[in-house]
Design a protein around this ligand. Structure first.
Ligand SMILES: [Zn+2]
Length: 230
């Protein structure tokens, strides 16, 4: 009976793979089998990737950056990130978190990290989207790795920043200073924390949040992202 229903639902509402945008079967969740096989992983859990780590050299004391997927423009990973941001798919972020956690289990990440902290979204953006994809990704990681995650210790201040109109990296930097605030010091003191974000490009937002955490009692800092551009 369930199979018949699935068949009917597939027929009436064809599911589309978030990576290749082709129709897929109801037994496949979000991403079709074909894409699951050849999705570009970084494997940064097995070996540190210099092109990723160097984004923070001299700027932020990161122990290790773990990025699940390799981002490339117009590629499948970009489609996945787009679906996360604009297609109302909080479960997709959680699903990716669980998937990546299975890789991270291999390197016993739960023994290295005490707390996962998602980069908070601007309030208006979160209201519009209905969820924070970084928190949902952290939730998925948390469930499989048994590492708690916090959505409350780091807060994003509400003033607006105009990142688009600023040219230099330095200026952009100045603009986002003060964008975050620690809401609960006790939650981070003496902890080994992993900042969780969706995509790592220049790393400037993570840099600000990370330095704030390290300056307020966080013992060691890690980064975990869904994707990384390098
Ligand atoms: Zn696909």
């Amino acid at each position: 009976m369930k199979k018949l229903l699935d068949y009917l639902l597939d027929f009436l509402f064809p599911r589309v793979c978030v990576a290749c945008k082709k129709n897929h079967l109801s037994s496949e969740k979000f991403i079709c089998y074909e894409c699951l096989i050849d999705i570009p992983k970084t494997n940064s859990h097995l070996q540190q990737i210099e092109l990723i780590e160097r984004k923070f050299w001299g700027k932020l004391a990161v122990k290790h950056t773990y990025s699940f997927l390799k981002f490339s423009k117009k590629g499948k990973v970009q489609n996945i990130l787009h679906a996360l941001k604009y297609k109302n798919k909080p479960e997709l972020a959680e699903y990716l978190g669980k998937m990546y956690a299975n890789d991270l289990k291999e390197v016993n990440l739960n023994e290295k990290i005490d707390l996962l902290v998602g980069i908070p979204l601007h309030k208006d953006r979160q209201k519009f989207r209905g969820y924070n994809q970084s928190d949902m990704f952290a939730k998925g990681l948390s469930e499989v790795l048994n590492i708690p995650y916090s959505t409350t210790c780091l807060k994003r201040n509400t003033f607006t920043i105009s990142q688009t109109k600023t040219g230099s990296r330095f200026k952009r930097h100045e603009n986002i200073k003060g964008v975050f605030e620690i809401a609960d010091l006790k939650e981070i003191e003496g902890k080994r924390i992993a900042i969780v974000d969706d995509v790592l490009t220049t790393g400037s937002t993570i840099e600000i949040a990370g330095n704030l955490l390290l300056g307020n009692g966080c013992k060691e800092l890690y980064i975990i992202t869904i994707a990384s551009a390098y």
